[in-house]
Design a protein around this ligand. Sequence first.
Ligand SMILES: *Cc1c(COP(=O)(O)O)cnc(C)c1O
Length: 496
Amino acid sequence: MAESSWLERPGLDKAAGEEFLREAFQVLLDEAVRKGTDVTEKVGETRRPPARWWGGTERGSLPDRGRIPFPPSPQVCDWKEPQELRELLDLELRSSGELPERLLERCRDVIRYSVKTCHPRFFNQLFSGLDHHALAGRLITETLNTSQYTYEIAPVFVLMEEVVLAKLRELVGWSSGDGIFCPGGSISNMYAMNVARFHHFPESRQKGSWALPRLALFTSRESHYSIQKGAAFLGIGTDNVHLVGTDERGKMIPEELEKEIQRVKAEGAKPFFVCATCGTTVLGAFDPLDGIADICQRHGLWFHVDAAWGGSALLSSKHRHLLTGIERADSVAWNPHKMLTVGLQCSAFLLRDTSGLLQRCHGAGATYLFQPDKFYDVTYDTGDKTLQCGRRVDCLKLWLLWKAAGTEGLARRVERAFAYTRYLAKEVKRRDGFQLVLEVAPAIKERMMRKGSMMVGYQPHGARVNFFRQIVTNPTVTKDDLDFFLDEIERLGQDL
Ligand SMILES: *Cc1c(COP(=O)(O)O)cnc(C)c1O
């Protein structure tokens, strides 16, 4: 075809695209949302999709849908070795495109061989479960495909982010402050270090490390590894991350922090930053914030709280005492995508500062985006506070969930998570022989993956041998799933 003729037509077939999307949504709802979260789906069972999805319209939109046997699939994962999976998926990208039927098959395969992190028997990560309202927010976000940086391109989300961050700050105990949604808790922690360094040494932004003494930062032995990564990334160096001792529960010992600060100072380094953890990654410990805040205050150090995991306990009046003293922090990292089931990613970096520190630390004033002479109030152009240029909208999924559940509903989720964890601890104590089982965790993990019946992570800790790190955040989990979890570990490990 001559160039002049195809330039006159759109490069996309909208009608066919919409039809494909409708069918892809149907696959998504059937395979990922319904089957992916249903413990009654049996391995090898084939089922016709119910008609009630998408508002009770016709059964699917594929004409012969009812005759397509759904391939048998295990529940949580369908383990394949990489070579086999590569062949099953036919990943090769070719010169010509494929028909919609084949593409829908591919969508089905992607879902089939992916891990169902939304399944009630997926306990492998600190995030799990599927909240339908949050998912709606995620789908809308994807569809509108905008960037969070200016009011001009994201008016709704600029206002929404402000409200959600203010609400999170209010739960921390601050009536004012600043913040931003970051791509994950690791990045939120790095922001904290960078802002703290800038706060202590504003010249560092321009002159870099040449202008600075040897910096030192402090965090507990049990803290998240992103603190080390952040120190490396920011040019502080992992040698200058000082790991403070913890007690038998995994909590930082404030006296040890004090000693370490004294020691490092005597060596001529310049302490500037302390990170306390609320909800450590392995043991779920909450550092004693008040004791740590006292020390930070005495030495004039930035006090950051990594509450990526435990921050959501602030929602519950019953459990928020675990974070007493958090209001004294200079900054907080909090991942609603973990305990609140918002979906990856949703990570808030919150600051007590009201002087515009974030903007001064990161702002570059790019004149093609942040023109100061716009026709509206440019204080709504919040994007220059961040390190990113384009930034995903992460507030809508949390906002919509919050609107649906209310603060009370969110608090109930947190309380359920704590209650189930208590139940599980009690059951483990009650069942004989469970300590023994733990020593064979890697073998049990292999068997559970090959069977696909559930997923849970394991690891060693200090002098302890491998154990399973069981996490319950999925609001659809019930006592039955936890009993299944324990029974299944016994079944899988019977002959070991
Ligand atoms: C999960 C977690 C992080 C890292 O958050 P990502 O969003 O995975 O980058 C940091 N700190 C703690 C305590 C965490 O639980």
